[in-house]
Design a protein around this ligand. Structure first.
Ligand code: MN
Length: 251
């Protein structure tokens, strides 16, 4: 990742295409030198996201099929498969067993299995994975369908238990932490336990807010400060750590 050594922060899960002006959001992120993975929720959004990030220094686009959309869009797995060779980055993908999406869980598992299997075949992909109320199932599927030497997984907005975090770490997963996670006792307890060499930062903007407005990649500094507080480390050390972890992930 020689082209990214100048990054001063990392937002490894953000939805820049859900802001009112994606081009302006990308320009602000580039100017701020925040390494940002902008995820998509449907493969139909890929072409434009890819086009706008082909030549950016700090912003990369990921090819996704969001579990919350699978009820209506499971058929788009074929399009997702066709596009996979165009990118190293995959997401947002995963499972959501929350009350609104539970009824599509079988279809979600079918899609997520397909995603993991295609990534394992291709090799070298980096996935940002959603696991709401489904951490054990997500980890079971990663263990079964994506061997550690065939791809890397970043668990986004991880909400599992400490023991689930340990299992995920043993499977090679990274964790992208956002500010909301550091605001609950349970979230802080998990952040305390995460292996220090697997921590990244994210905003999941615009789905998180800061000061009453949607978060942007530059707001990862808030999360870095919160992690520093929870881990009792200097802010500068956490900033360096996150960039070093990014470098290891991309290497
Ligand atoms: Mn998201």
């Amino acid at each position: 990742m020689t082209e990214n050594v100048q990054a001063i922060g990392v937002d490894f899960h953000c939805h820049l295409d859900l802001y009112p002006d994606i081009e302006a959001a990308i320009a602000r992120t580039e100017a701020a030198r925040i390494y940002t993975l902008t995820v998509t929720t449907t493969p139909k959004a890929w072409a434009r996201n890819h086009e706008l990030t082909r030549h950016t220094r700090f912003v990369r686009a990921a090819l996704g099929l969001h579990p919350q959309l699978v009820a209506e869009r499971a058929g788009e797995l074929l399009l997702w498969e066709r596009l996979l060779s165009e990118t190293r980055y995959v997401g947002e993908v995963g499972l959501d067993a929350g009350p609104r999406f539970y009824k599509s869980l079988d279809a979600q598992e079918h899609v997520f299995r397909g995603v993991l299997e295609r990534c394992a075949e291709a090799g070298g992909k980096i996935l940002t994975v959603h696991s709401v109320r489904s951490v054990p199932a997500v980890l079971d599927m990663i263990e079964r369908y994506l061997p550690q030497d065939r791809g890397a997984v970043v668990l986004h907005w991880f909400s599992g238990s400490k023991s689930e975090a340990r299992r995920a770490a043993a499977l090679g997963c990274y964790f992208s932490v956002n500010a909301d996670m550091t605001r609950s006792d349970r979230g802080r307890a998990v952040v305390t336990e995460l292996p220090i060499d697997r921590i990244l930062t994210e905003t999941d903007g615009p789905f998180t807010q800061i000061d009453g407005r949607p978060s942007e990649p530059t707001d990862v500094r808030t999360t870095v400060a919160a992690i520093a507080d929870v881990r009792n480390l200097p802010v500068e050390a956490v900033t360096k750590l996150v960039i070093s972890n990014l470098r290891s992930l991309l290497a």
